[in-house]
Design a binder for this molecule. Structure first.
Ligand code: ADP
Ligand code: MG
Length: 706
């Protein structure tokens, strides 16, 4: 086999490599008996119940294929409520009476696993003594092999994870439920509009992933990066991103060699890594795949995050997925491109050349507008994490206010329909925007919408609030579910209506009248927008603790239970888990701040003060420069020490609070704010201290020595 990671100039055939570690349709067709293949396909495509005989045959074929590829172990790969994936490896060995082993893998082992679940967050759904959790095979996302650089190969089986009583303990279960819900309601709408051929609708997602890379050596010297994934301290580098020379800049050799390695690793696992480029901030990059079903896209995004980190280490780099690893420059997000497609290939958000006459587009687009406006609080909650609080509302990221960018042309069309005005498209008034010269509508190429948290981009919506380190499951569960609800209502109307076209016009009118306020094509970063949004009655929820409260509202219970996505208990448990996670992350940041200040910064400052003191003595008090420095640094040191004690006291107080919501509020209002205030002093000290005495790498090192 060729070494795809070497820098040899041998051409490699990507089509051979792509999916070579996936038990995909092609392999299944080759290796499964015809009947088994057909039966499994029926389960995958139509959700029929999987028969145990079928599972046995599939398991055996899967095992033989994996063993031929070098696997010795398999794992049920799942997504607990942590934003990470989990895996427990079991070997295929099974003892024989004569003391040897054979390699075995049964249908039961494929379908179901029973990992001890007691150490995963359950938010009170499962008492610790009920340790049992179950993993269940998700055959709609193909099994694959993970390989590591030491040559270990593991068969990974994507699974859902639930409790003994069947409550969802993971991110995949509600995602699958939400996909089924939106499909059902979208098909009802299509049927009512006279489409008798489409059988199912899939929500599709293409997540663009941003990340930072830094030299591993610097990472190892920064306890904050190691413990918190972000710098808790650090003054600005003399140069930041102001020259705008990084975005789309050429890829340095070290980076392109990393990216090449990354692409190959992802391609082997069937992840369609497509686009890669430098991002806005120094040392920031992006990777985007070709879109797929929300389920596969979510699994693949987890693999992207994991592979980014693994491959980076091979290049003596560390990949930072945190939303805000460095203050003062851009943070990282995930652009969640979302749309709906029928099984026969129709993108339901495709406006075509004449969107004004495209009833299907108008209906689906308005349903999404209504859904987003009605449930902007829940959508906002789905992106709320400690890390993302640094981003939402900071000046480079979409603000915490949810609004929709539709672009001038579509906005005009929607508002004109609502007012009953005549629309001429492609006529004189539109020649100016050049529509006639384009095969399609102008796609999102204007600058303004780069600031929108929810932008229509040609034939899909791009939800830009999602954090770079988060699983995309949650936001897509919400998108699918709120879309299902809006489409449900629309379907009911259309089913009753005699004149479907008139009903769609009435629907557009109603949606624009009631929800048009959520459409905003201007600059979302401007001060005026904040005031304007408030006047329009749009929410501006600035932090995780407040945002998560949306999950506790009766509106959310009703929505999620109606479509059987999450029960009230499941939803409540998620709230508790996420709120607790918020507190835990800030508690770690407080501990780490205290660790670094007490054990690294204060000793370094004292030794410099000592040096200055001796130097002043030796000049017999005739050095105003040194005295000035000594006074400034001493004062900052005193203040640093006082603020350090505040951090420690606040953290102790918050930690001992029992109510999870009150506790999180204390972490937000007392602990986090005191960490920020402590940082100000430490960063001021950094600016006054000799570089050689500063105990950790500085921003200029980390950001520019790549
Ligand atoms: P841009 O760079 O302008 O944001 P791209 O065309 O590069 O847009 O697409 C960004 C992402 O959107 C890619 O991952 C792409 O696969 C995905 N995408 C394209 N069409 C769809 C769709 N119909 N549904 C979901 N995602 C899509
Ligand atoms: Mg984009």
């Amino acid at each position: 086999m060729k070494d795809h990671n070497s820098s040899s100039h041998d051409a490699v055939d990507v089509t051979d490599i792509f999916g070579s570690n996936v038990f995909n349709d092609k392999i299944m067709r080759e290796r499964l008996p015809r009947e088994t293949y057909k039966s499994l396909k029926d389960t995958i495509e139509n959700g029929t119940v999987l028969k145990s005989e079928v599972a046995d045959v599939v398991a055996n074929a899967m095992k033989d294929w994996a063993i031929e590829k070098g696997a010795t172990h398999y794992t049920h790969w799942f997504q607990p409520l942590t934003n990470f994936t989990a895996e427990k490896h079991d070997s295929f060995i099974s003892p024989t009476p004569n003391g040897s082993v054979i390699m075995e893998f049964s249908g039961k082992q494929l379908i179901q696993g029973e990992p001890d679940a007691s150490s995963f967050p359950s938010g009170g759904l499962r008492a610790t003594f009920e340790a049992r959790g179950y993993t269940a095979w998700d055959c709609t996302s193909p099994a694959f092999l993970k390989t590591d650089s030491a040559g270990h190969v593991t068969l990974c089986i994507p699974t859902a994870f639930c409790s003994y009583h069947g409550e969802a303990l993971d991110k995949k279960t509600p995602l699958l439920r939400s996909m089924a819900a939106v499909s059902k309601q979208a098909i009802r709408v299509l049927k009512a509009m006279g489409n008798a051929t489409s059988k199912s609708v899939t929500s599709t997602v293409g997540p663009e992933q941003e990340y930072f890379l830094i030299d591993k050596q610097f990472y190892l010297e920064r306890p904050d990066l190691m413990m918190c994934n972000r710098t808790l301290f650090g003054g600005p580098s003399p140069k930041g991103q102001e020259l705008e020379d990084q975005y789309f800049g050429f890829l340095k050799d070290r980076i392109s060699s990393f990216m090449k390695d990354l692409d190959f690793e992802l391609w082997k696992m069937g992840v369609s890594a497509k686009t890669k480029h430098n991002e806005v901030a120094p040392a920031q990059f992006e990777i985007a795949p070709i879109f797929s079903t929300t389920n596969i896209a979510t699994d693949h995004n987890q693999l992207v995050m994991e592979t980014l980190q693994k491959v980076a280490l091979r290049h003596d780099l560390v990949c930072l997925l945190h939303e805000k690893p460095f203050a003062g420059i851009n943070g990282s997000g995930k652009h969640n491109n979302w749309s709906l497609s029928t099984n026969d290939g129709i993108n339901l958000l495709e406006p075509g050349n004449t969107p004004n006459e495209n009833e299907q587009f108008l209906a689906f687009c308005c349903a999404i507008i209504k859904a987003v406006d009605t449930h902007s609080d829940i959508l906002r909650a789905s992106t709320a994490t400690t890390g993302n609080d640094h981003r939402l509302g900071a000046n480079e990221a979409p603000p915490a206010i949810i609004s929709i960018f539709m672009g001038e042309l579509l906005t005009e069309i929607l508002f004109k329909i609502a007012k009953g005005e005549k629309i001429e498209i492609g006529g004189k008034s539109y020649i100016k925007v050049g529509v006639d010269t384009l095969p399609n509508l102008p796609k999102d190429n204007s600058d303004r919408n780069r600031t929108s948290p929810f932008a229509f981009t040609g034939n899909k919506f791009e939800f830009r609030m999602v954090g770079s380190s988060a699983s995309i499951a949650g936001p897509n569960v919400v998108l699918n579910t709120i879309a299902a609800e809006a489409l449900d209502d629309l379907a009911t109307r259309l089913e009753k209506a005699k004149n479907k076209s008139a009903e769609i016009t009435a629907y557009v009118k109603e949606v624009i009248e009631l929800h048009g306020k959520v459409i905003f094509n201007g600059n979302n970063y401007s001060e005026e927008w904040v005031g304007e949004a408030e006047k329009r009655g749009l929410l501006n929820i600035k932090n995780t603790v407040d945002a998560l409260k949306a999950y506790l509202q009766p509106k959310a219970h009703k929505l999620f239970s109606k479509y059987r996505i999450l029960t009230k208990e499941e939803l409540h448990s998620r709230y508790e888990i996420y709120v607790e996670q918020y507190s835990k992350y800030i508690n770690i940041e407080a501990n780490c701040s205290s660790h670094m200040v007490r054990r690294q910064y204060i000793p370094a400052v004292i030794s410099y003060l000592n040096f200055l003191g001796q130097a002043i003595n030796s000049t017999k008090g005739s050095s105003p420069v040194m005295e000035d420095l000594l006074a400034k640094i001493s004062k900052l040191l005193d203040s640093t020490y006082a603020k350090l004690q505040q951090v420690e006291e606040a953290a102790a107080k918050a930690k001992s609070t029992t109510d999870v919501t009150k506790q999180a509020e204390q972490y937000r209002d007392l602990v986090f704010t005191s960490i920020v205030s402590l940082r100000e002093d430490v960063d001021a000290l950094e600016a006054l201290m000799p570089r050689s005495l500063w105990p950790v790498p500085v921003y200029a090192d980390m950001l520019f020595k790549l």
